[in-house]
Design a protein around this ligand. Structure first.
Ligand code: MYR
Length: 283
């Protein structure tokens, strides 16, 4: 039975309980306030981060893990594993994946297989959990990588931000440059296309935007297949709970989680953002 280690980065925002249960290793990204860098959820909690951001005159920035962190992680895991699967946030919004690939190629002790989730947050976490479960069950690297690609076919993530300035300022909003002025006054539904964040549809109010995401979920959920969904929020637990209750009452083929936008992603989306992600589970 192969002994495969699963690595991800902190933007999957997996709970300690999940990390311990599946033996997942996390490489943290950081938020930077002025001269001070904080590894997210190591040096700064999500609550502390949003408080600090709201009080800070200068908005924070983010940084990906340095090569040395990946090297140390891969080499250590290589001591007692046959292979490593390293799953990261979309390569279109961060250099994390490509750093993992570069470092993975230099490590001699162990084969490193990197997977670009083409998304982030809890949807990325779903890939990580699936890979870790399969590794525990003794599946091969090939089987796991094939399943991750299959999951990507049905993975969806839509999100709505309270204020587009964060995304715009951080340079992570694509396909909207020409209309950004007018976009800043409305609430577009955003999603990933070819690894980049682009407006999916322009909607005038946050309520209409969330309703539009319900319609999109409806198209998939109506097929009756088992779906795992997550409501992701940036300091809006009540709203997330309301959406979860709504979805829970409407469908019986949906397993719904609540998750959050932690410091690094919160830097780029801002407080108040809400997202819904889902994928088709194995029958
Ligand atoms: C870095 O500095 O390398 C990190 C950059 C992170 C950019 C995050 C942009 C927003 C991502 C939204 C994800 C929503 C998933 C449902």
């Amino acid at each position: 039975m192969p002994n495969i280690a699963v690595v991800t980065d902190s933007t999957a925002y997996l709970s300690k309980e999940t990390l311990d249960k599946y033996g997942i290793t996390v490489v943290p990204l950081s938020v930077v306030f002025g001269e001070e860098a904080y590894e997210e959820e190591v040096d700064i909690t999500t609550d502390e981060f949003y408080k600090k951001m709201s009080e800070s005159e200068e908005l924070p920035t983010t940084s990906q893990p340095v090569m040395g962190t990946f090297l140390e992680t891969f080499e250590k895991l290589g001591e007692n594993h046959d292979a490593i699967i390293s799953i990261h946030l979309s390569s279109g919004i961060s250099g994390t994946y490509s750093t993992a690939v570069t470092v993975g190629e230099t490590v001699e002790e162990v084969d490193v297989h990197c997977f670009d989730s083409e998304v982030s947050c809890a949807p990325q976490g779903y890939y990580v959990i699936e890979a870790a479960k399969m590794a525990q069950d003794g599946h091969s690297v090939d089987d796991i990588m094939t399943r991750l690609s299959e999951m990507r076919e049905s993975m969806r993530a839509y999100f709505v931000v309270d204020n587009l300035n964060h995304l715009h300022r951080g340079g992570r909003l694509n396909g909207a440059q020409a209309i950004v002025g007018s976009l800043l006054k409305i609430k577009p539904v955003l999603h990933f296309e070819n690894k980049l964040i682009v407006p999916f549809e322009k909607v005038r109010t946050a309520k209409k935007a969330v309703n539009r995401v319900y319609e999109l979920l409806d198209e998939d959920a109506a097929k009756g297949e088992p779906i795992r969904a997550t409501v992701i929020h940036a300091q809006r637990p009540e709203k997330a709970e309301e959406i979860r209750n709504h979805l829970d009452q409407k469908y019986d083929n949906l397993e719904i989680d609540i998750s959050y936008f932690g410091p690094v992603i919160g830097t780029h989306l801002g407080e108040g953002s809400i997202g819904i992600g889902w994928y088709k589970q194995k029958d």
